[in-house]
Write a protein that binds this ligand. Structure first.
Ligand SMILES: *[C@@H]1O[C@H](CO)[C@@H](O)[C@H](O)[C@H]1NC(C)=O
Ligand SMILES: *[C@@H]1O[C@H](CO)[C@@H](O)[C@H](O)[C@H]1NC(C)=O
Ligand SMILES: *[C@@H]1O[C@H](CO)[C@@H](O)[C@H](O)[C@H]1NC(C)=O
Ligand SMILES: *[C@@H]1O[C@H](CO)[C@@H](O)[C@H](O)[C@H]1NC(C)=O
Ligand SMILES: *[C@@H]1O[C@H](CO)[C@@H](O)[C@H](O)[C@H]1NC(C)=O
Length: 511
């Protein structure tokens, strides 16, 4: 209230007071990027006693309300009535006051910080000015190109494009001839808890034609468009697609070139260094304690962040740590993989006609569900764990092409008590960094997740409903379920295909 009165008094006595004491904003418009720190500066005449200076920074809402951002009373910080939105994020450097600069620093800038800010200074005289803060989050486009299985006489490829940023954008698709393909794409968007705009889009194209496609993120109010190129056939089956930045300028390509050179050099150095200490590294790995999983450095938004990229990144790291830790203690590295995965498995995996199938068929297409049946001790669980371990280990063999998937979720159904999301938390994420709703959002919406349910016939029927709805409504999830022969009769209609793992004498060696 006091501030409002002061502002009114200033308005009334403007001409008189202005002559005595004038405040200026260094800029009237401040631009900031989401997550960064922004400094807004207001200047005032020096000469008065800093022991009696009062500085008030307020955020002016469009409905007339004000939030107190930062206050200095008689030269001392006073945050008693600071608005909780700015708690711990707003600071001022007292040193600068001597130079007549009241510089407000807001860290970890949010989209919702955008708006008007008023700086009011009282030191003998008093005056105020306003400035506008505009917060943006640049889009980084993640692309992926994948060949779909041969369909009648032609092959299709699936192009995907996913990103997060602000302001909201529209996705446009164009081919090399600048033909608009946007209508053929399926796009989804959502708003994350950080108010970022999350967009994902899929486009199916002819895999046999030689063409370049552009995924373009566009907003009429933005100066730049974000543009990523996907080439057919060159980009098909890229495992780890590079992240393409928005602007397609020479600066961008120079940066890419410099980055590449740096990566190659760092890679060489690491390679040389690794060779030297390979033995000690292997020793150290075999002595790893399980608690080390917890050391993975994780930052999670605990609020209902709808499948944000950061959250998926965190989940991926947690899962990788989990599978890596269990595979090392459980299996040992190296020979086992080649014996089981390269000699044993390829002869045992058959379709319903008894024909052997390549191991890569174990990973279904997006929106595909595969049932793998096998007798007890045929190696189903080993196979599932090998698949997860190979996905987690980004350097070794990738017999199943598991690394095409961005996330691999492996659940044991035996002893299960809850639905898929409850079991994910119970079995894989006991640290409770994700809620069931987070996990459901990720599995339902995210590109490129493989869910493996091992031993479904030994599981509890509490899993059925969540599995059915994932198969039915999941945007692009791939599902692999293992079971005893005829163990899944009640849901067998859900699966697009059924494969069998034949048991045999040699199985014992590996199981
Ligand atoms: C103005 O908006 C803010 C945030 O939306 C709200 O907390 C406040 O109560 C509103 N004030 C008025 C006067 O409507
Ligand atoms: C562009 O951004 C503005 C906000 O800056 C938003 O209101 C508008 O809906 C966006 N346009 C599109 C096409 O997403
Ligand atoms: C796909 O492209 C190839 C090569 O350009 C062409 O021969 C074929 O007819 C196309 N298939 C379809 C279904 O458009
Ligand atoms: C695709 O087209 C480009 C340019 O037209 C050409 O340079 C390239 O050799 C073609 N690639 C294939 C596989 O046909
Ligand atoms: C996207 O980039 C390609 C080449 O990098 C260019 O040909 C195309 O015009 C760009 N599209 C837009 C809308 O910027």
């Amino acid at each position: 209230m006091k501030i409002i009165l002061l502002v009114i008094v200033l308005e009334l006595h403007w001409p008189v007071l202005r002559a005595l004491f004038t405040v200026e904003m260094a800029k009237t418009l401040y631009l900031a990027e989401f997550g960064n720190t922004v400094k807004m500066e207001c200047r005032f005449p020096t000469g008065g006693s800093l022991d009696s200076i009062n500085v008030y920074w307020h955020r002016m809402l469009s409905n007339g309300s004000e939030y107190e951002v930062y206050t200095l009373l008689n030269g001392n910080e006073d945050l008693q009535s600071q608005h909780p939105e700015y708690k711990g994020r707003a600071h001022m450097k007292p040193d600068l006051l001597r130079m007549g600069r009241a510089e407000l620093e807001i860290s970890n800038v949010k989209i919702s910080d955008s708006g008007s800010y008023r700086c009011l200074i009282k030191m003998g005289g008093a005056d105020y000015k306003q400035a506008t803060l505009s917060v943006k989050a640049p889009y980084k486009i993640k692309t992926h190109v994948k060949e779909l299985p041969k369909n009648a006489d032609h092959k299709d490829a699936e192009l995907s494009c996913e990103s997060e940023g602000y302001p909201p954008v529209q996705v446009l698709w164009r081919d090399g001839n600048d033909q608009d393909l946007s209508k053929k794409a399926s796009s989804k968007h959502s708003v994350t808890a950080d108010q970022l705009f999350h967009i994902s889009s899929l486009l199916i194209v002819n895999a046999s034609s030689n063409n370049t496609y552009h995924c373009i993120l566009w907003n009429e109010t933005m100066e730049e468009t974000y543009n990523a190129s996907l080439r057919i056939p060159a980009d098909i089956k890229t495992v780890d697609p590079p992240i393409a930045d928005g602007v397609s300028s020479t600066a961008y390509w120079t940066t890419v070139a410099i980055l590449l050179v740096t990566i190659v050099m760092v890679g060489l150095i690491i390679l040389m260094w690794k060779k030297k200490i390979k033995c000690s590294l292997l020793r150290a790995m075999s002595q790893r304690h399980p608690e080390e999983e917890n050391e993975v450095n994780i930052h999670i938004n605990t609020n209902e962040d709808d499948g944000s990229l950061q959250q998926i990144e965190n989940l991926r790291e947690l899962l990788k740590a989990k599978y890596t830790a269990s595979s090392i203690s459980d299996w040992g590295i190296g020979e086992w993989h080649s014996g089981f995965c390269e000699q044993f498995l390829p002869q045992r995996l058959v379709n319903s006609d008894g024909q052997t199938q390549p191991l890569t068929t174990l990973i279904p297409q997006p929106k595909g569900a595969l049932l793998l049946e096998g007798d007890p001790l045929s190696g189903k669980s080993r196979l599932c764990r090998a698949l997860a371990a190979m996905w987690a280990d980004s350097t070794g063999e990738d017999t199943f092409s598991a690394r095409e998937c961005e996330l691999v979720v492996l659940l044991q159904c035996e002893g299960s008590i809850g639905n898929i999301y409850e079991e994910m938390i119970r079995q894989l994420l006991p640290e409770k960094r994700f809620s069931e709703a987070d996990l459901e959002a990720i599995l339902m919406d995210h590109f490129n997740t493989l869910l493996i349910l091992d031993g479904y016939s030994k599981g509890n029927t509490t899993l059925d409903e969540s599995l059915r709805s994932l198969i039915r409504e999941g945007y692009s999830i791939r599902i692999l379920v293992t079971s005893l022969p005829e163990g899944c009769e009640h849901i067998v209609d859900c699966f697009g295909s059924v494969l069998k793992l034949q048991s045999g004498v040699a199985a014992d060696i590996f199981l």
